[in-house]
Write a protein that binds this ligand. Structure first.
Ligand SMILES: [Zn+2]
Length: 307
């Protein structure tokens, strides 16, 4: 059955088109560890280290500057108008978190490594939040791409991305209209319905969202209110690392090497609201005429992933 669904958090429309073939799967380019700039032994080529977590004998997680950063911390903050145009100076930070010394997928490594990697991410967000020039900080991980060194990127920026301001406006509108938090309603409804829920552990729930933009999209979110990932408890960060590891592992099995992007959604720094969560998006997006086309309804994706 053809169906259009709207994402209550962003307002984006998605068309569910069961039977439509998946886009051609992208496979990781075999690199091997040879010549990898992120493996132990190549540390001097990665620029001045920003932070490191020590492991047994060597480092366990390192944070380094992005080689060609989109934004730089040393730029003077400022905003200018040119007629109808708006310009903001490219002040920010662009960092790479090398999530393990081991050159294989993070989900295939011990759980302690996944937890350490996410704790370092949280520490970077907390540290960068102290810089008053930044309006928002993002974290993304590219998982899959079987042969890539596991790493994530942190970007602190002087503006708030449109999708996030839109999500904030929608959550505020929902609260004003119903007196309830949008994400709590979403979590409560999904728990009750059950068809799209993958698992719930220690206060973290994984589900295929009602209006999944891409096949096998998964959201990982706390069952209790919490706007900022930087402010999340150690227990929730550990549980989120465990659930993400399970999700990434299941997607790798089911999607056979398709790369997967994990995005953190968290509040902009100076306007709290919403709920922090991760959106796990396999690189299988198809779109036409401004709406996404998804051949795998989330109810079906959840059935497959729960197996
Ligand atoms: Zn490597």
């Amino acid at each position: 059955m053809r169906e259009l669904r709207r994402d209550p958090t962003t307002g984006d429309w998605v068309a569910l088109v069961p039977g439509r073939p998946l886009p051609r799967r992208e496979r990781g380019v075999p690199l091997g560890a040879e010549g990898c700039p992120f493996c132990p032994g190549a540390e001097e080529h990665t620029g001045a280290e920003i932070s490191r977590r020590q492991g047994a004998g060597s480092w366990s997680v390192r944070v380094i500057p992005e080689q060609s950063p989109a934004l730089r911390p040393e730029v003077q903050a400022g905003r200018r108008g040119f007629g109808p145009y708006d310009q903001v100076a490219g002040v920010g930070a662009h960092e790479v978190i090398v999530e393990s010394p081991e050159h294989r997928p993070l989900w295939d490594q011990p759980l302690t490594q996944s937890i350490a990697a996410l704790e370092v991410a949280q520490a970077r967000l907390r540290d960068l939040a102290r810089d008053g020039r930044f309006a928002h900080i993002t974290w993304t991980r590219s998982a899959g791409g079987c042969c890539e060194h596991p790493r994530a990127r942190v970007v602190a920026m002087p503006v708030v991305p449109r999708a996030l301001s839109e999500a904030q406006a929608r959550a505020a509108e929902w609260l004003a209209r119903t007196g309830r938090e949008l994400f709590q309603d979403l979590v409560d409804y999904e728990r009750e319905d059950g068809r799209r829920v993958l698992l719930e552990e220690d206060g973290i729930i994984a589900l295929c969202p009602w209006s999944s933009r891409v096949p096998f999209e998964v959201w990982v979110l706390p069952a209790e209110p919490g706007a900022s990932f930087a402010g999340a408890s150690q227990r929730l960060v550990g549980a989120a690392a465990r659930v993400l590891r399970w999700v990434e592992g299941r997607l790798a099995q089911e999607l056979d090497g398709v790369s997967v992007q994990v995005q953190l959604w968290t509040e902009p720094l100076r306007s709290p609201g919403g709920r922090w969560h991760f959106r796990v998006l396999p690189a299988l997006e198809q779109a036409e005429g401004g709406i996404s086309l998804n051949p795998v309804p989330p109810e079906e994706a959840a059935r497959v992933l729960r197996r």
